[in-house]
Design a protein around this ligand. Structure first.
Ligand SMILES: [Zn+2]
Length: 280
C-alpha cells in the first residue's frame, strides 16, 4: 500500500509539473512555518513545529531544484506586475516570532543565502517571554529575545513583519479594540526600530479578517497581508489575501515537493476516496 501510495504521489507530481509547464502557469508560493526545533522528534499539539532536519532538507531542496526564493516584499511586487514573476517563485515566512527561528532556522537560511520574513507579535517584542497564546494548547515556547530581534532586524536576509499586538482574532474585536490592537502594535514595533509594510493575520483563516481590518492596516502603512488560506498566488491577486502553503511536522521532502507543485491535494483527495470505497 505504501509503495502504491508513493508511486501515485510521483505520478500526480509529474502531472502537476507538466500542467504548469504546458500552461505556462506562474504563481507565487508562500511557505508558512512557525517553529523549527533541534530535536528531530520534536513536535507539538498544534502541528506548528518542523524539525531542524526537515527544515534543512526543505531549504536545500529549494536551492538544488532551482527555486527562485525571494523576499516577501519582492514577491508582493511581482504580484503587482512591478517585477516579473518566475515560474518557481517562493517566499519563506514564519509566524509568531519563536526564539528557535533565530537559533535553528536562521543559521540554515544564512548558510544557503535564503531570504525570509518573520511575523512578530509586538507585545512579545516589547517584553520577550513565553508565547502566551500557545499555553492553552500546552505548547511552551519562548519568543525572540531583544538581542535576537536586533540581529534579525539589522541583517539583509530577514525582514520582520507585524502579527498584531497580542495575537487575537481581529475580526472579533469592536472598532475601538481593533484600533488599539493595530495602532498600538505598530507604534510598539516602530519604537523597537522595526518598520514594515507586511502583516500576517493571527490564526489567518477567512473569518479572521474583514474590510475594516484591511482598511485599518492600510492606514498603518501595511501594503500586504498573509492569510493561512492554502494555495498559490497569481499576478493581480489581492495582496491583502495572500495564500500560503502550510509546512507541517510530517512533511518529508516528497510531501514538501508535492505541496510546492500543488499535487498534494490530489493525493489527499484520492486517499480519502480510497478509504471511503474500502469502508463500504
Ligand atoms: Zn500566529
Amino acid at each position: 500500500m505504501r509503495i502504491l501510495k508513493g508511486i501515485l504521489r510521483d505520478i500526480l507530481y509529474i502531472v502537476a509539473v507538466l500542467r504548469d509547464t504546458l500552461l505556462r502557469r506562474r504563481g507565487l508560493s508562500i511557505l508558512m512555518y512557525h517553529s523549527a526545533v533541534t530535536d528531530s522528534d520534536g513536535t507539538d499539539n498544534i502541528g506548528a513545529t518542523v524539525s531542524r532536519g526537515h527544515f534543512q532538507a526543505q531549504m536545500s531542496y529549494l536551492v538544488d531544484n532551482g527555486y527562485d526564493v525571494m523576499s516577501l516584499e519582492d514577491g508582493v511586487a511581482a504580484l503587482r506586475v512591478e517585477k516579473r514573476l518566475s515560474a518557481k517563485a517562493v517566499c519563506i515566512t514564519f509566524d509568531d516570532g519563536y526564539a528557535d527561528n533565530y537559533t535553528n532556522a536562521y543559521p540554515v537560511l544564512k548558510r544557503l543565502n535564503l531570504p525570509a520574513t518573520i511575523f512578530v507579535v509586538s507585545s512579545y517584542v516589547v517584553e520577550p517571554r513565553m508565547l502566551e497564546h500557545l499555553l492553552k494548547h500546552d505548547v511552551r515556547a519562548m519568543s525572540l529575545s531583544h538581542n535576537q530581534l536586533k540581529v534579525l532586524n539589522s541583517c539583509d536576509l530577514i525582514s520582520l513583519g507585524f502579527h498584531g499586538k497580542s495575537h487575537v482574532r481581529l475580526a472579533t474585536l469592536d472598532d475601538e479594540a481593533l484600533v488599539a490592537e493595530l495602532e498600538d502594535g505598530m507604534r510598539e514595533l516602530r519604537e523597537a526600530g522595526i518598520t514594515t509594510g507586511l502583516f500576517a493575520y493571527p490564526y489567518g483563516g477567512k473569518s479572521t479578517f474583514n474590510d475594516s481590518v484591511i482598511s485599518l492596516l492600510k492606514r498603518q502603512g501595511i501594503h500586504a497581508a498573509c492569510t493561512t488560506v492554502p494555495g498559490r498566488n497569481c499576478v493581480g491577486d489581492n495582496t491583502f489575501h495572500l495564500k500560503r502553503i502550510y509546512v507541517g511536522p510530517d512533511d518529508d521532502i516528497r510531501i514538501f515537493r508535492d505541496k510546492l507543485a500543488g499535487s498534494d491535494k490530489w493525493v489527499s483527495f484520492l486517499i480519502k476516496c480510497a478509504r471511503m470505497f474500502k469502508s463500504k
